[in-house]
Design a protein around this ligand. Structure first.
Ligand SMILES: Nc1ncnc2c1ncn2[C@@H]1O[C@H](COP(=O)(O)OP(=O)(O)OP(=O)(O)O)[C@@H](O)[C@H]1O
Ligand SMILES: [Mg+2]
Length: 222
């Protein structure tokens, strides 16, 4: 369960006017939900996801993951919680160019402890099979098409089998058919029991979720 209480995120660039990217947002995401948040470019979607997933500290307000007030934790506790609970698909391209695909998918396992460190290679292979990318395991990121790159990024996000996944524009720059394939893949991951929060400016993705909200000017409807 993910909960935001009156979360605000203000950016204060030096010698520039400050920007309220997230404006007093309260939100509850239930387990097994597939929440789609749409809104135009600049309305605050990435900022909201980053605060929700423990990557950026809110200016005010609270974020709870399974009842834990995540911004009251110290850095080590927070990164441990993040690794345990959340998989990420970032908006910006984020595969490491000098690692091949299976190595890229293994990266998150290197920062975990306990059972999640075990069999990293086999689990990465399985994640790649799950996203239909077994045949590109030994390829490098620059050798992948846009859709294949997204699949690799999904595999990396699910390799540790997190209970929830946040996806920021997972279908950016894809053709219509490939977009459908990627969304079908996310639906499958959702049906297997993963909670998903997806943000996008593509209204075509609304129908894939179990709930839809529109963000505008940093605000979400209550
Ligand atoms: N690090 C930052 N410093 C200053 N302003 C920022 C920073 N990050 C985001 N912003 C501003 O916050 C607002 C929201 O940005 P954000 O990236 O969250 O929007 P978005 O909805 O994800 O847009 P897009 O659909 O283009 O990805 C924008 O006005 C942006 O310029
Ligand atoms: Mg964004």
């Amino acid at each position: 369960m993910l909960e935001l209480q009156n979360v605000t995120k203000v950016f204060k660039p030096r010698r520039r006017p400050s920007v309220t990217a997230v404006d007093n947002v309260s939100l509850k995401v239930s387990p097994r939900e597939f929440l789609v948040i749409t809104g135009r470019s600049g309305c605050g979607k990435t900022s909201l996801l980053n605060v929700m997933a423990g990557l950026a500290r809110p200016t005010s307000g609270k974020v709870f993951i399974d009842g834990m007030d995540i911004w009251s934790l110290d850095d080590r506790q927070l990164s441990a919680l993040r690794k345990e609970k959340i998989g990420f698909m970032f908006q910006v391209p984020s595969l490491i160019p000098v690692l091949n695909i299976v190595e890229n998918v293994m990266v998150p396992t290197m920062f975990t402890t306990g059972r999640r460190r075990l069999n990293a290679y086999d689990r990465a292979k399985k994640a790649l099979a799950d996203v239909g990318l077994s045949h590109k395991m030994e390829s490098f990121p620059r050798q992948l098409s846009g859709g294949e790159e997204k699949r690799a990024i999904i595999a990396r996000a699910i390799v540790d089998e997190p209970p929830s996944l946040v996806a920021d524009e997972p279908t950016a720059n894809l053709d219509e058919l490939t977009e459908k394939e990627i969304m079908a893949l996310l639906q499958r991951i959702h049906q297997a029991g993963t909670t998903i929060v997806l943000v996008t400016h593509h209204p075509s993705l609304i129908g894939y979720g179990t709930r839809h909200l529109t963000m505008s000017d940093g605000k979400l409807p209550e």
